[in-house]
Design a protein around this ligand. Structure first.
Ligand SMILES: Cc1cc2nc3c(=O)[nH]c(=O)nc-3n(C[C@H](O)[C@H](O)[C@H](O)COP(=O)(O)OP(=O)(O)OC[C@H]3O[C@@H](n4cnc5c(N)ncnc54)[C@H](O)[C@@H]3O)c2cc1C
Length: 458
């Protein structure tokens, strides 16, 4: 590349000699350290078109950055061009039509704008996660059992293709591309705008976690299995196993204590929500019960400080067909063996509206899964390589022990790099993977967008 000028580009171009370079290349996962040649911080769709064309004309590797949260760090590449959408975070709500237009670099915290109209759509459980990467992989969250995955609420997307054309994908326009975007990740182009369906919610909902001591894990999970199986679609739950995070809302004497939490969010009235969680709150002897009528937007941001930017993270994940006694035994046995008090595992209860969408209606593969679990090894930037090795080994051992209980699939957005690269086909299964490969061959035959959970053109 001779020049750092991109014709017609009106955003910011950041190279290694800029003061902001290190901040601009940093990702949520501080363990990722890549040095792109150029970061093109786009101001709009035209900038994205210019950046894609420039990269291909100059034979540059392309990475696409939405929220920068993918644990594998695929949003930044070495020596290539990062198409950075972090300045494109606008959210435009149509309250009457119950839809929102969300730009491709928005974070889920930005989508809380919809709460000004007491509307919401299924999003991630942490506010600083990107809308783009999360949605393109499927998008699981507290509202999914009632309203479906993020992709089930996607009405249309504006996409910049490898040739630099701007396409609109929806049920009626480029339906094959629209199918693939709903689970197939960033393989088909750069999504500059998402149109989502919204649903009435809150603004106050019955939500929050209940914590029990780690010693109670087997009993709590045994109860939770039946409680979750009988739960109405309105009730979304996520189990967190690790230590109690040192949040101001939690009594200080409980901070860092090993514990199991069931976090709940009821997508209906507070009164119905109170009824739906009553048995859970009465189970055993909770250490602390934070379930209460809460503004939905505040609840959505409640976990943000527990997984800050810059810590080092390593993930392992799998889908579980059921929570058998044996699977519960493995979880109870491994969850608290990490050396770091920051490491944890999170288990999402699936089903409900997610399972009612036909399996091949979108490219998201895990429709019939009961729970999915992600095991997160965490260590601090100034901790030694031994710490990294210990947390990594813990996550791997935990996953290995769960293998006999795995559904044989994995949520693509929970895959890490390196030792997970070969698991992309496992994430989709042969049928969906083959169909994705056909769409890839049509829209990105040269695999220009390969710095991702890659689908090879087939
Ligand atoms: C703290 C945390 C909490 C999470 N919670 C959830 C959760 O509740 N539910 C859930 O489903 N997942 C969750 N995830 C996983 C999350 O879905 C993925 O990490 C996802 O990749 C994040 O999206 P992003 O835009 O921040 O990704 P980035 O790191 O910016 O991008 C990842 C990849 O997505 C693609 N991409 C990004 N932006 C675009 C775009 N505009 N157009 C085309 N391709 C693009 C690119 O291929 C890129 O390599 C969580 C992750 C973290 C770190």
């Amino acid at each position: 590349m001779e020049t750092h000028e991109i014709n017609g580009f009106r955003g910011r171009l950041i190279t290694a000699d800029h003061a902001d370079y290190d901040t601009a290349r940093a990702l949520w996962n501080g363990a990722v350290d890549r040095r792109p040649r150029l970061i093109a911080r786009c101001g709009g769709t035209a900038d994205v078109v210019a950046a894609v064309r420039f990269a291909l004309d100059h034979g540059l590797e392309i990475a696409v950055r939405g929220g920068g949260h993918n644990v594998a760090g695929t949003a930044v590449c070495d020596d290539g061009l990062v198409i950075d959408l972090s300045a494109m975070r606008a959210v435009q709500v149509d309250p009457a039509g119950r839809t929102a237009l969300v730009q491709g670099g928005a974070l889920w915290g930005n989508v809380d704008e919809t709460q000004a109209h007491a509307l919401a759509t299924t999003g991630g459980i942490v506010g600083h996660t990107g809308v783009a990467g999360l949605t393109l992989g499927g998008g699981i969250g507290f509202l999914m059992r009632k309203h479906g995955l993020a992709v089930d609420n996607l009405l249309a997307a504006e996409v910049v293709t490898p040739e630099g054309s701007i396409l609109r994908a929806s049920a009626d326009e480029h339906p094959d591309l629209f199918w693939a975007l709903r689970g197939g990740g960033g393989n088909f182009g750069v999504v500059t705008t998402f149109a989502f369906a919204l649903h009435p919610l809150g603004p106050t909902v019955m939500a929050g976690p209940v914590f029990w001591a780690a010693d109670d894990t087997t009993d709590v999970l045994g109860f939770y299995r039946d409680f979750a199986a009988a739960a109405p679609d309105e009730l979304g739950t996520v189990v967190r196993l690790g230590t109690i995070p040192p949040l101001p809302v939690i009594p200080e004497e409980l901070h860092w204590r090993p514990a199991i939490a069931v976090a709940c969010c009821y997508a209906g009235t507070v009164e119905d929500g109170e009824r739906a969680v009553r048995a859970l709150r009465r189970f055993g002897t909770p250490l602390v019960d934070l379930l209460a009528p809460t503004p939905y937007a505040a609840f959505q941001g409640g976990l943000d400080d527990t997984v800050p930017h810059g810590w080092h993270y390593y993930w392992k994940a799998t889908d579980l067909t059921s929570l058998s006694d044996e699977a519960i035994g493995v979880i109870a046995d491994h969850a608290y063996r990490a050396a770091s008090p920051r490491s944890y595992a999170a288990m999402f209860h699936m089903g409900g509206a997610v399972a009612r969408v036909p399996h091949d209606a979108t490219a998201y593969a895990g429709r019939d899964v009961a729970h999915n679990i992600v095991i997160d090894g965490v260590w601090l930037p100034d901790e030694s390589d031994e710490h990294a090795a210990a947390e990594t080994a813990w996550a791997r051992r935990f996953l290995q022990a769960l293998q006999p209980h795995s559904a044989g699939s994995v949520y693509v957005n929970f895959l890490d790099s390196d030792d997970d690269t070969g698991r992309v086909r496992e994430a989709y299964g042969d049928h969906i993977y083959r169909r994705l490969a056909e769409v890839k061959a049509k829209y990105d035959p040269d695999n220009a967008f390969h710095h991702n959970k890659n689908i090879r053109p087939g």
